[in-house]
Write a protein of this length. Structure first.
Length: 755
């Protein structure tokens, strides 16, 4: 018999987080009759008309939802349905009207950690979880999110786990990865020779403790890929890991057991503590107290800190003597993090002394996410585990749009309805293995989200592998200028759809004039932009070679300022560079042989890092700018002079720096003055653009805004003058956010019937 009912359709992140048990308990408490079910397009709740107070139910639904829930929309309709008895949970069902959101992987919860010492079948079980925590995105193969659609399908639940799984009052009711010592995945240990040892976890932990004490390296399988670990307080071990991993210069993250220990080694604000302890458990970039060996962060004043997020991490810290472990991605050089067990055995045979793995497959590779606080806002630098695949909700129809992303720090993006779903961090597509990962991840997203591309958005640069990949789809294409995409990505986050003043500061992006841009002041909306101002072009001798050898950039600037005297000055400033090499590059600059014109803000910082001796030949991307930020004293040292009429002339700036070097001014003061000068330039540009346009909304994007000093100086100046200032908080300001901007521009152009 059909009964009058209220139908509540909930769209958003409402699966895989204990939402149905929560609804069941709520409905039982309020004595509602009806049912709830998971569907591919969300969660459907059916309540008998008049069986409970609907307003009270909806309020509690909003205010008491699980911590990881993120409700986008609630649709309430009237209807008729068959009801039987009290409130029930129905099996998942398929619908072709859309797809639900997929939950990111969640750090282990306190209740599960307690279960490791109180539940007999889970004593020290290193892969336990419940509806509130554990792997999600990393193990899912298809929707809906049910055990048969994950890599847990191979593990049959024991009677105890089955009872918990079926008991609606249990915390593990319908926890798809539910497992215990009797029925779940198990860890195993491989020694340096590759010999697999099926020993107990207790013995594995003991072997790991011994290895860390000896200064040895461990490869450990994590949630979304392998990690390499060693004692972070042992300089020999850290140097050994760098050598074996072929990671000469990049800083390495460090895992500490708890916040109390974090405070021994780094400064952490309340907001940073909140990030560290959040269910996403990112790496958080903190100011270091310099108690770790310099080899960990390579003499930078920051350290990437992460807290344990898998049960195995807590067990390791319980059984080892060191309180700080290097915790870096399990890969070689710039290759993607390893996920496959067989690949790990081969890849780490000459790297790790022990390999510790488990027999559950990782379907979706996810690195640890990286976040830093800028002006009291969490700024995501690498968006992956814990954040992906949570969508960015837009005020735009982006259905069917595939945005291919950039070449470096790549992510791609697909549009579903009014939501943009960004991929996990992919990396540098110039690396063959990373490009393979890109193609595999695109296919997985297309299949998982039942996505059929109708329109593709790509960078203006014709040689990007991502653009070539998208072009092969033979679909209508929108080419989006790189820095417009940066600004559009931040606008999309904040639902801005109007003209703004955009500052897009980064290192490299092809401009409309065929030159390399990167210091852009744009008047932009989502569909179009006007280039209002920028820094003066610098010729890069050898193109990308100048980025690897930034003294070439300095030399080009000296040529512009001092003419024929530049060679002698460069020989004096760069004694480590052979004079004949300086003369050869000078000749190339004069004759314009193999040079490209660049106005990237990153290139200016590279040049100053080189001339001050901080970074003449970098070991990793953006090392020079990072060292300038790191060395800055934080004092008010004033600023250098500069000429500005829409175009920033660096002549007076460079003369001021050279004069300071001759006067033996500390590099820390020079760095302070550089940051203040560029902040002054940015603020002057914005005020001038405002006077011409009347626009008071300012958007900041691009990799240079990962620099806390530069960002906070600009933001503070803007806020003091009551400008509305927008920075990133959901996607990276670097090229990891470009795909979102590409998608937003393509959507707006399609809406305007331009495509």
């Amino acid at each position: 018999m059909l009964t009058e009912v209220n139908q509540i359709h909930i769209v958003g992140l409402v699966q895989g987080i204990g939402f149905r048990p929560f609804v069941y308990r709520l409905a039982t408490r309020l004595r509602c009759r009806g049912w709830v079910e998971n569907r591919t397009d969300g969660v459907l709740i059916v309540l008998e008309e008049g069986s409970c107070n609907l307003t009270e139910f909806l309020d509690a639904l909003k205010n008491e939802a699980p911590k990881a829930a993120d409700v986008e929309n609630v649709f309430l309709t009237k209807g008729k349905a068959e009801l039987s008895g009290d409130f029930t949970i129905k099996p998942s069902s398929e619908t072709d009207r859309g797809i639900t959101e997929i939950c990111p992987d969640i750090a282990v919860c306190p209740q599960c950690l307690a279960d490791m010492s109180r539940q007999p079948h889970r004593i020290d079980y290193p892969l336990l979880n419940c509806t509130h925590c554990g792997p999600r995105f990393s193990i899912i193969e298809s929707l809906p999110y049910d055990r048969p659609n994950t890599t847990m399908r191979l593990f049959e639940m024991c009677p105890v786990c089955k009872f918990e799984y079926c008991n609606v009052h249990d915390r593990r009711f319908h926890a798809q990865p539910v497992a215990c010592n009797h029925c779940g995945p198990k860890y195993s240990l491989h020694d340096a020779s590759g010999q697999k040892d099926p020993i107990s976890l207790k013995h594995i932990l003991k072997q790991m403790s011994v290895a860390l004490t000896r200064g040895e390296i461990i490869a450990l399988k994590g949630t979304g890929g392998y990690h390499l670990m060693c004692d972070a307080t042992n300089d020999y071990a850290v140097q050994r890991l760098r050598l074996r991993k072929k990671r000469d210069g990049k800083p390495m993250a460090v895992m500490f057991p708890d916040l109390e220990t974090v405070h021994e080694y780094a400064f952490a604000s309340v907001a940073e503590e909140g990030l560290l302890s959040s269910w996403q458990r990112p790496i958080v970039l903190l100011t270091s107290k310099n108690k770790l060996p310099p080899s960990v962060s390579n003499y930078l004043n920051t350290v990437g800190v992460i807290l344990p997020y898998m049960p195995i991490h807590f067990l390791i810290f319980r059984d080892i003597s060191c309180n700080a472990m290097v915790f870096t991605s399990g890969n070689l050089s710039e290759e993607p993090v390893v996920t496959d067990d067989t690949v790990a055995e081969n890849c780490f045979s000459d790297v790790a002394d022990l390999l510790v793995t488990y027999n559950r497959e990782i379907i979706n590779r996810v690195d640890d996410s990286l976040v830093k606080m800028v002006s009291n806002t969490p700024l995501i630098i690498r968006r992956s585990r814990g954040y992906v695949p949570k969508p960015v909700r837009l005020g735009l129809d982006c259905e069917g749009i595939f945005a291919a992303g950039a070449e470096l720090k790549n992510t791609f993006c697909i549009g579903k309805g009014r939501s943009a779903i960004l991929s996990q961090h992919i990396g540098d597509l110039k690396n063959a293995e990373t490009y393979d990962f890109y193609r595999q991840a695109v296919k997985r997203f297309f299949d998982l989200y039942r996505f059929t591309p109708q329109l593709v958005a790509v960078d203006l640069h014709p040689d990007f592998l991502s653009s070539g990949f998208a072009a092969a789809m033979k679909l209508p294409m929108v080419r989006v200028q790189h820095h417009h995409a940066h600004i559009a990505s931040c606008m999309a986050e904040h639902h801005l759809d109007e003209p703004v003043i955009g500052l897009s500061f980064d290192g490299t992006g092809l401009g409309d004039d065929g030159n390399i841009w990167g210091s852009e002041i744009l008047i932009a909306d989502l569909a179009n932009f006007q280039r209002w101002g920028h820094m003066e072009y610098i010729p890069l001798a050898g193109g990308d070679k100048a980025i690897a050898e930034p003294w070439r950039i300095t030399l080009a600037m000296l040529h512009k300022i001092y003419g024929d005297e530049a060679i002698a000055l460069a020989v004096q400033l760069f004694p480590q560079i052979p004079p004949e090499k300086i003369r050869a590059v000078s000749e190339a600059l004069v004759k314009e042989i193999n040079t490209v014109q660049s106005c990237g803000m990153g290139r200016l910082f590279d040049a100053v890092a080189a001339i001050t001796g901080l970074c003449v030949e970098p070991c990793f991307e953006a090392e020079g700018p990072m060292r300038l930020e790191s060395v800055a004293s934080g004092l008010d040292c004033g600023a250098y002079q500069y000429n500005f009429d829409r175009i920033f002339d660096y002549t007076l700036l460079m003369k001021g720096i050279i004069n300071d070097l001759n006067q033996k001014v500390p590099v820390a003061e020079i760095s302070d003055r550089l940051h203040q000068t560029m902040a002054n330039y940015a603020f002057s540009s914005i005020k001038a653009a405002h006077r011409e346009t009347g626009i008071r909304k300012v958007v900041l994007s691009g990799g240079a805004f990962q620099n806390r000093i530069l960002s906070e100086k600009i933001i503070s100046a803007l806020q003091n003058e009551s400008f509305s200032t927008f920075i990133h908080s959901q996607v990276p300001p670097n090229d990891g956010g470009v795909s979102l901007g590409q998608l937003a521009v393509a959507s707006k152009k399609r809406q305007s019937l331009c495509v």
